[in-house]
Design a protein around this ligand. Sequence first.
Ligand SMILES: [Zn+2]
Length: 247
Amino acid sequence: MEVIIWVLILFILIYAIIPYVLAAKLGFWVCWKGKKDAEIALTFDDGPDPVYTPVLLDLLKRERIKATFFLVGERAARYPELVLRMSREGHCIGLHNYKHQCNWLISPWKNARTLEQSARIIENITGERPVFYRPPWGMMHLLDFFLHKQFRMVHWSKMFRDWKRKGGSKKVSNGLITRVESGDVILLHDCGVTPGADEDAPQYTIKGLRVAIPALKARGFRFVRMDEMFDKHFSIKTSHRRKEIEP
Ligand SMILES: [Zn+2]
């Protein structure tokens, strides 16, 4: 019995905990921080959301900022007009699983299959295949690095717990204004319906951004998309691959 427990502990360590710590805490194998001076990337997870995403898109348009959205596949299928708007307004679109589920709890093969399904949903709407992939809650395991080689895994370097309403917009604006530095990949949310989040939390995120964006611009920061911040060759290679399989 004791042996089984030890084997189980060892398996969990090698399969989930060690890869997660290496990726999330030490930045191994993931895009988590850019290298260029004064460049920062705003990234929004869990959408699209019919209430908050349009308001956020209006704000980004007004501020002439391009961001990156990590979409939940089933929500992208439900709100294609919002996905199209993101694409038409120049934002980068990445994947955030088909359903908002933790990778540790779903079979890696099922996840690979549904990631492909999500990529096709987005490609059918925008004409462009997503390249970047951020697993929900940033939870990744050993096989994620082998089964999703067509995607670049993404983490983040700054977050402000904006999925909770506690602290309101001040938490978001103060965090952005006082903690952001060059190269930061900033994790934010435009949808609050995922487990553990507050449904109205994105309104505080957007309110906080209204204050923080002008302040960050005044300090000389440039807002870039994930594909501007990280290896462009990867997306070129992927789009070539896509062209090869197109009829
Ligand atoms: Zn998420």
